[in-house]
Design a protein around this ligand. Structure first.
Ligand code: ME8
Length: 532
């Protein structure tokens, strides 16, 4: 059987600083998508990495008094990689844009664009912002400063550059945006991108004079010039799946299913990048489909930005939270849950420790932890330490069943298909039409009172407890992509071996009734310790 492929990417981050909670957010969303698709037996490829050929990195190095760029980049990319490892990010490859294979890919791509007649020489005169790594238009400058980086001076540049004939692709891009509603998500960003392409999408300067730069890949055939960092960075999405080095792998993986990015870099991803691909594809078969059309990423999702306790994340404010500092106290899964649940995906949001603790106590400890604990403790007490028998009985004694599960599963899957983990999690907790959610499962215990019923009707009590334990099992697998560790522990507490179960694939796992009556239930452990 042919497995479906799924290829998801994160931006490659600049290494001018250490990762903060904003970078972790993007990467955790991509990780949850990767895990979700793996659990559905898809052949997933998940790439992350660092953007190294940037003047921003050089400036940061100088600031800390270092002079060896290679050593600085080595050291900083290790910090980034280690952060993703510490956060158990299941990436398949971590790409560095100083790697030799990336240079091969960039050279190949440049030559294809050149062959298409879309690279020409010109002189650029204008203001450049190193913070953005881009030239600024008049509307982006206020009082002589870049609106996004008001603390950095703009550089006045007049030099020979190579230009990319981006404007030639304006109509094709507009057609793409109009005909493929999912290409840019969410909808509000799509309108923003459309207006940008229609009114402001001009030819791009794609090189700088080498004498003015310390970083950057040389222009093929012209060592006096270096390639513009964004032109090189976007190509990482091709390099990482073998472009220029492994045709078979590349053909299997490309195009990407989704690029997850923040709203700050949407124009580069939704306008410049597809235009670059349209141009290169004319002269590179690897980038074409059977009809000779350019293979473009299937979708780009731009999420919002968040503030910390209401303030912009910034080094000078000293509020740039290192995500690995939070995990010893709250646990990795609770942090993932909070980030994905709290912020409507696509919108701006606020990160606050108070909200994190509220959700930890209420949603996790009191609602999820408590349900599992009560269901296991009562089953052990009344049924000899085992999963009770599930005999047919009146419906009022069953919390959920095949139909209930199907309703819950469909709603969750629909939300994830739209990349809305926030809504999927809301559904898991609050249910569909106030049914089958975790909150209702807890209420079901209050309503049926198995701790009283046991005296008069042990059979009915068994049915109640079986349906709750089975519900916890199914719930764990629906939640697994967001809380990968806790959910395996839940499965373990239900007396099953998590590894054997995980290998079964989602259809088996989400079949109602697969928890066997009579399974030994180990002593329940606390999943969410009380916060100090
Ligand atoms: O732009 N809230 O790298 P970068 C949410 N190298 N997400 C945030 C955030 C915040 N406050 N701050 C940063 C670059 N991010 C280029 C990318 S890709 C070919 C090249 C996240 O280090 C968000 O994903 O400036 C944003 O798009 C990204 O970090 C910018 O990272």
């Amino acid at each position: 059987m042919n497995m479906k492929n799924y290829y998801v990417t994160t931006p490659i981050y600049y290494v001018n600083d250490v990762p903060h909670i904003g970078h972790a957010y993007t990467t955790i969303v991509a990780d949850a998508l990767a895990r979700y698709h793996s659990l559905r037996n898809e052949d997933v490829f998940f790439s992350v990495g660092v953007d190294e050929n940037s003047q921003k990195n050089v400036q940061a190095m100088t600031k800390v008094g270092e002079t060896d760029l290679g050593a600085y980049l080595d050291r900083m990319s290790k910090v980034w990689k280690k952060t993703w490892d510490d956060l158990s990010i299941t990436y398949d490859r971590f790409i560095r844009t100083t790697s030799p294979e990336h240079h091969v890919a960039v050279e190949r791509f440049w030559n294809a664009v050149k062959k298409s007649g879309d690279i020409y020489e010109g002189t650029y005169e204008g203001l450049y912002c190193v913070g953005c790594e881009s030239f600024k238009t008049e509307s982006e400058i206020v009082d002589g400063k870049c609106t996004l980086h008001p603390n950095a001076d703009l550089q006045e540049i007049k030099e020979k550059n190579y230009f990319f004939r981006a404007s030639a692709y304006r109509d094709e891009l507009l057609k793409l945006i109009d005909e493929q509603p999912n290409f840019v998500q969410p909808e509000s960003r799509r309108n923003e991108v459309r207006n940008y392409i229609k009114d402001h999408f001009e030819d791009f300067s794609i090189s700088r004079e080498a004498k003015n730069l310390e970083a950057g890949i040389p222009v093929p055939g012209d060592p006096e010039q270096r390639i513009y960092v964004w032109f090189d960075a976007l190509i990482n999405y091709l390099t990482v799946v073998g472009y220029g080095t492994d045709d078979e792998e590349f053909t299997k993986r490309w195009p990407a299913d989704i690029h997850i990015v923040g709203k700050d870099i949407i124009k580069f991803h939704c306008a410049l990048w597809p235009a670059m691909l349209m141009s290169a594809a004319k002269n590179d078969e690897l980038l074409q489909n059977e009809k000779g059309e350019a293979l473009l990423p299937k979708s780009i999702f731009a999420h919002g930005f968040f503030t910390i306790e209401g303030q912009k994340i910034s080094k000078s404010l000293g509020n740039a939270i290192d995500p690995t500092i939070l995990t010893p106290k709250y646990g990795l899964d609770a942090l993932r849950y909070f980030l994905l649940r709290e912020i409507a995906f696509g919108e701006d949001g606020d990160f606050s420790i108070e909200r994190l603790e509220e959700r930890y106590k209420h949603d996790l400890a009191n609602t999820l932890g408590n349900l599992l604990n009560r269901a296991i403790a009562m089953s052990r007490k009344y049924f000899n330490g085992k999963v009770p028998p599930s005999i047919s009985h009146e419906a009022k004694y069953t919390f959920s069943d095949e139909k209930g599960l199907e309703t819950l599963r469909k709603a969750v899957e629909q939300h994830v298909a739209e990349n809305r983990f926030d809504l999927a999690l809301d559904t898991l907790w609050n249910g569909v039409d106030k049914q089958f959610g975790l909150i209702q499962a807890n209420k079901f215990i209050e309503d049926t009172q198995p701790f009283r019923l046991i005296k008069e009707d042990p059979d009915a009590t068994g049915v109640i407890l079986y349906s709750l334990l089975e519900y916890c099992r199914v719930f764990a697998w629906l939640l697994h992509p967001v809380m990968p560790n806790i959910t395996l522990r839940i499965v373990g507490q239900l007396g099953q071996d998590p590894d054997t179960e995980e290998a079964k694939g989602v259809e088996d796992l989400l079949t109602w009734g697969s928890l066997k009556p009579g399974t030994e239930l180990p002593e329940p452990e606390i999943l969410f310790e009380r916060l100090p």
